[in-house]
Ligand binder design. Structure first.
Ligand code: KIV
Ligand code: ZN
Length: 388
């Protein structure tokens, strides 16, 4: 394994989609998967095939069309889930079955009603079954960060023996802090002591620490980061892909590792997800928010005019944000509108552009400036009406 390379495992289409109001139909997931491919993610977790017919179909379609990244499907640690996941994935160029089973006492006692011994036996048996179907099997001990460390290590040892190739240690409820997660990764890494097994982090953001915890895990040996575009996900979300990958890139002095992300596709990916789900990011969202590269204060503007490095640690273009915004209003024509749409990642036929333009003129009559959020709403509604 190349220790300097971080695998980016995108779970926008699975954990991200579990975010209230963010569900996507199979065609929407396929569009998003094409954008994730352009972005350069290594693994796309396309869904949870047993959860619904739609999710099964999404995973199957993505597995058939998207050939470069690995395609993963989630399964609980039981044969029915694993068979269903495999059925959805079997035509993928590079399939991965992702099996999970909770290991914390609180989950074992109240949710699964199972003893630790039963948990370890089931994890072993089901990982072995998944491995009999697929050469690439990831195992996640759900709620790892609230599990007894000794027991967690024992489960990890068992599933590695059963054939797991990636061990993902989730902070399911966003409870951990950087020093804690580093300790957990160091302990599991020392105990497993296998260079061919990839350790992975999966951090939720309940305390606003998902990105910080992911970076601490990397410093302690994790070589896969699970994350989502715009940080969408259960409750407060997952680690944001754009934040964690840009932190690694901008602070290469601290993190002697790299990802394969083409960062100039980050903003188009963020915009597409907002358009598909209708879940807009806040203005001050790092990397992709409307204000991420906006300067208001006079002193800052003066510094920016003299040298942008005074107040910007990365260029807007490096993340796909055009540095000078064309302000769109009621005097703008089709060509300015088309230019902005292309910057947002949309190429329209003449007829589609006419449809968007008609709606654009209506909005421009009501507001001073037509923002990207207006445009994305127009595009979303036109697509929903089946006009594009
Ligand atoms: O947060 C979590 O524990 C998960 C697992 C299924 C990996 O999403
Ligand atoms: Zn999760």
């Amino acid at each position: 394994m190349d220790r300097s390379r971080i695998t980016i495992f995108d779970t926008t289409l699975r954990d991200g989609e579990q975010s209230p109001g963010c569900s996507m139909n199979p065609m929407e997931k396929l569009r998003m998967a094409r954008q994730l491919d352009r972005l350069g993610v290594d693994v796309i977790e396309a869904g949870f095939p047993i959860s619904s017919e739609g999710d099964f179909e999404s995973v199957r379609m993505i597995a058939q069309e998207i050939r470069r990244p690995k395609i993963a499907g989630l399964a609980r640690a039981n044969a029915k889930d694993i068979e269903r996941a495999w059925h959805a994935l079997e035509h993928a160029a590079r399939p991965r079955i992702h099996v999970f089973l909770a290991t914390s006492d609180i989950h074992l006692k109240y949710k699964l009603r199972m003893t630790r011994e039963q948990c370890i036996a089931q994890a072993f048996e089901q990982v072995r079954f998944a491995r009999s179907l697929c050469p690439d099997v990831e195992f996640s001990p759900e709620d790892a960060t609230r599990s007894d460390l000794e027991f967690l290590c024992a489960v990890c040892e068992a599933v590695v023996e059963a054939g797991a190739t990636t061990l993902n240690l989730p902070d399911t409820v966003g409870f951990t802090v950087p020093s804690d997660i580093a300790r957990m990764f160091t302990a599991v890494r020392n105990r497993i002591n296998r260079d061919d097994i990839v350790l992975s982090c999966h951090c939720h953001n309940d305390l606003g620490l998902a990105v910080a915890n992911s970076l601490a895990a990397v410093e302690a040996g994790a070589r896969q980061i699970e994350c989502t575009i715009n940080g969408i996900g259960e409750r407060a979300g997952n680690a944001s892909l754009e934040e964690v990958t840009m932190a690694i890139k901008v602070r290469a002095d601290v993190f002697p590792v790299e990802t394969a992300i083409h960062s100039e596709h980050l903003y188009p990916a963020s915009a597409m997800l907002q358009e598909i789900t209708g879940a807009d990011v806040q203005a001050n969202k790092a990397i992709v928010g409307r204000n991420a590269f906006a300067h208001e204060a006079g002193i800052h503007q003066d510094g920016m005019l003299k040298n942008p490095l005074t107040y910007e640690i990365m260029t807007p273009r490096s993340v796909g944000v055009p540095d000078s915004k064309l302000v769109l209003g009621k005097h703008s024509g089709r060509s300015a509108l088309n230019h902005r749409c292309e910057e947002l990642g949309y190429r329209f036929t003449r007829r589609d552009l006419d449809n968007v333009y008609r709606r654009f003129v209506d909005v421009a009559d009501q507001v001073k400036v037509v923002e990207d959020s207006h445009l994305l709403r127009i595009i979303r509604e036109e697509i929903a009406r089946g006009c594009m």
